[in-house]
Write a protein that binds this ligand. Structure first.
Ligand SMILES: [Fe+2]
Length: 274
C-alpha cells in the first residue's frame, strides 16, 4: 500500500514516524535530472522504500513521434530507481511540438487503438520492460469513439502486454462526466491486466466532477474499490493527494482503510472520521 511522495512529508518518512506505508510513487519528470537536492532526497527515501515511477509526458496518444530523448532520460531514471512499475497515462498531452501539460482524452476506436499499440510497443522495446498506463479522468469525449473506454484499455493490454494502472476515482469521475455505469468498468477489467490501483478525492459539482486530488476519497469510490477487490483480490494500491495536502499521518490513516479492504474485503470505511 503506497502514497504519492510529497516533499512536505520527507521528514516523517525519513524519520520513520507517522504511519505504515510500503512504497511511494513519484512523478518521473520531477527526477529526470542530473543530480541536486531533489534527487538526493529521493535516493534517501529509495534506500528504505520501493519507488514506483509515474510519468505525465509520454503522450502515448499523440501523432507526434515519441520523444526518444525523453525515453532515454526516463530509462536512465528507471536504471537508478529500479521501480516495480513504470507508468503513464492513456492520453495525449500535445501535438505539433506543443505541450499542453494536460492529459487530453483519446477517441476510443480501432484506428486510435492501432496507433497507440504501435507506440506502446516502441516504448516497451526502448525501455526493455512492459509499461503501465492509467485511465485518465476526462471532461470531453469524441463523437467518433465507438468502443467503451474499458474495452479500449483491455484491447491495448491484450495486444501489447502493457498493464493498466486502474484509477478507481477516475472511473467514477468519467462515469459521471460521460454518463456510463462505473460498475461496468470496474467489473470488466481482467485481474491479470491490473498492475496497481490509484485512489483519490475529487470535487463533485453534481452534474460534473473535477478530478482535483484535494479531498479525502469519496464513499462512492470506496464502494467501487471494495467491489474491485472482491473480484480481483488485493492489488498494490495507493492514494494520490496533490493539493490541500494533509499530514503524513492523516494520509497513512486513509491508506489503512484501503489496506483493510484489500486484506479483509469487508466494508471498513469510517467516512465520518475522515
Ligand atoms: Fe491517478
Amino acid at each position: 500500500m503506497g502514497l504519492g511522495l510529497r516533499p512536505q512529508h520527507y521528514q516523517d518518512i525519513l524519520g520513520g514516524g507517522g504511519g505504515t506505508v510500503d512504497w511511494f510513487e513519484v512523478i518521473s519528470e520531477n527526477f529526470m535530472i542530473d543530480g541536486g537536492p531533489a534527487l538526493a532526497n529521493l535516493m534517501r527515501v529509495r534506500e528504505r522504500y520501493p519507488i514506483v515511477m509515474h510519468g505525465v509526458s509520454l503522450s502515448i496518444g499523440s501523432t507526434d513521434p515519441i520523444d526518444v530523448d525523453y525515453l532515454a532520460r526516463l530509462k536512465k531514471l528507471v536504471g537508478i530507481l529500479q521501480p516495480p512499475f513504470v507508468s503513464d497515462h492513456f492520453c495525449w498531452t500535445g501535438v505539433a511540438g506543443l505541450n499542453t501539460h494536460d492529459l487530453l482524452p483519446l477517441p476510443f476506436n480501432r484506428e486510435t487503438l492501432e496507433h497507440i499499440c504501435a507506440r506502446i510497443d516502441q516504448v516497451q522495446v526502448a525501455l526493455g520492460r512492459p509499461i503501465v498506463l492509467e485511465n485518465a479522468s476526462t471532461y470531453v469525449s469524441f463523437v467518433n469513439s465507438d468502443m467503451a473506454e474499458w474495452d479500449f484499455y483491455i484491447a491495448a493490454a491484450r495486444k501489447t502486454g502493457c498493464a493498466l494502472l486502474l484509477d478507481v476515482n477516475n472511473v467514477f469521475v468519467n462515469a459521471v462526466n460521460h454518463d456510463f455505469n462505473a460498475e461496468s468498468f470496474i467489473d470488466a477489467v481482467p485481474a491479470e491486466f491490473i498492475a496497481y490501483v490509484h485512489l483519490a478525492g475529487h470535487e463533485n459539482n453534481a452534474t460534473y466532477i473535477i478530478d482535483t486530488h484535494d479531498h479525502p476519497i469519496d464513499d462512492a469510490v470506496w464502494r467501487l474499490y471494495e467491489r474491485l477487490v472482491a473480484r480481483v483480490g488485493a492489488k498494490p494500491t495507493m492514494i494520490e493527494r496533490d493539493d490541500k495536502i494533509p499530514s503524513f499521518k492523516e494520509l497513512a490513516d486513509e491508506l489503512d482503510i484501503a489496506r483493510r479492504i484489500a486484506l479483509h474485503g469487508a466494508p471498513a470505511r469510517k467516512s465520518s472520521a475522515l
